[in-house]
Design a protein around this ligand. Structure first.
Ligand code: AMP
Ligand code: MG
Length: 324
């Protein structure tokens, strides 16, 4: 793959360069606190088309729009009191709200739905871009549609390097999984559409026990675009239970535990966290999967996380990555 894409250090000069590129309708890779995003002008159909083209993303999969402040978000989405309260508490942060859209938002953003997904991100580099621009940024993950999400600038170059000009380097993404999406169109019945770094408990949302059944496509109906199969590396993934052991491991297969196993470990054994910390497991999840995906393993056997807090988001991504 020819790689025209430059990894830019986050200097003032390079931020200016990316601001110019975004004003010129280009799309740029940006670090966020969740995963790397592919950012483009959310109010410009040319930029929006480019996002879909670069990712190979179906137009039916709506985009999240990022703003510098809640005031900016209120210009383009219809907030209710519950949404205002959640935004006041958790923005800037890894919370996306689905709300009725205003007329400024194009059908390209929402897959023609009357609702729009909005977020105010926390990452300083992403924020500095938003603060300089007079438009919000649509920014899905900066990877080809369906592949593992990028958590390093190098991941963006490896998969989209021949299709975009630049990615700003912000190091490894803090959370490592995408934002929690809450449907707040009905303020009395908030629904978690995608588990993420903020749990239902933290958000004070009851009745949000989302059990992702691998074979079920229920979510695809609840949130358009949330396909059962997603986040998939080229190497097939199978899962085994939390605190259990994988069966019948071959030398050609890699095993990924949550926690470093005691004693001497085989060469094909890996772990997501020394001590089993869930935040660290999420942070390292996509990074380790991408690292192993370019080796010659015939299969990745991955331990499910404990099903609490951000572990719910980890299990959601793992189930989709393993789905056939
Ligand atoms: P990504 O850009 O990969 O982080 O994914 C964004 C996801 O947000 C989509 O796949 C949808 O599941 C969800 N989403 C975005 N906009 C809407 C919307 N208007 N209504 C419901 N879900 C949405
Ligand atoms: Mg994505």
């Amino acid at each position: 793959m020819s790689q025209a894409c430059k990894i830019l250090q986050a200097s003032a000069k390079n931020i200016d360069l990316c601001v110019d590129l975004l004003r010129d309708e280009a799309v740029v890779g940006v670090p966020t606190e969740t995963v790397y995003g592919l950012a483009g002008n959310a109010l410009n159909d040319v930029s929006l088309q480019k996002i879909f083209e670069v990712k190979g993303r179906p137009m039916l999969d709506p985009l999240i729009v990022h703003f510098s402040s809640i005031e900016q978000a209120e210009i383009h989405a219809e907030f209710n009191e519950r949404a205002r309260a959640l935004a006041a508490q958790f923005w800037p942060g890894a919370l996306t709200l689905v709300l009725p859209k205003k007329d400024t938002i194009s059908d390209l953003v929402t897959a023609a739905l009357p609702s729009v997904a909005v977020r105010v991100p926390e990452h300083l580099i992403f924020r500095s871009l938003l603060e300089r621009l007079d438009f919000p940024l649509a920014a899905p993950s900066a990877n080809p549609f369906g592949y593992v999400s990028p958590t390093l600038a190098e991941h963006v170059v490896a998969t989209l390097g021949d299709r975009i000009l630049a990615v700003i380097d912000g190091g490894a993404c803090k959370h490592g999984v995408e934002s929690t999406i809450v449907d707040l169109r009905d303020p009395d019945a908030p629904k978690i559409l995608r588990p993420g770094p903020l749990s239902a408990e933290q958000l004070g949302i009851q009745d949000a026990k989302m059990e992702l059944k691998q074979s079920s496509n229920k979510l695809a109906q609840a949130a358009p675009g949330m396909l059962t199969q997603h986040y998939s590396p080229n190497t097939p993934i199978t899962l085994f239970g939390h605190d259990e052991q994988p069966s019948n491991v071959q030398k050609s297969e890699a095993v990924l535990y949550n926690t470093k196993p005691a004693g001497k470990v085989a060469e094909n054994t890996f772990w997501l966290s020394e001590g089993g910390d869930l935040t660290e497991i999420a942070h390292n999840l996509f990074m380790l999967i991408q690292k192993l995906d370019v080796r010659d393993y015939t299969q990745l056997k991955v331990e499910r996380a404990e099903h609490v807090d951000i572990g719910i988001a980890v299990n959601d991504r793992l189930s989709r990555a393993a789905a056939k």
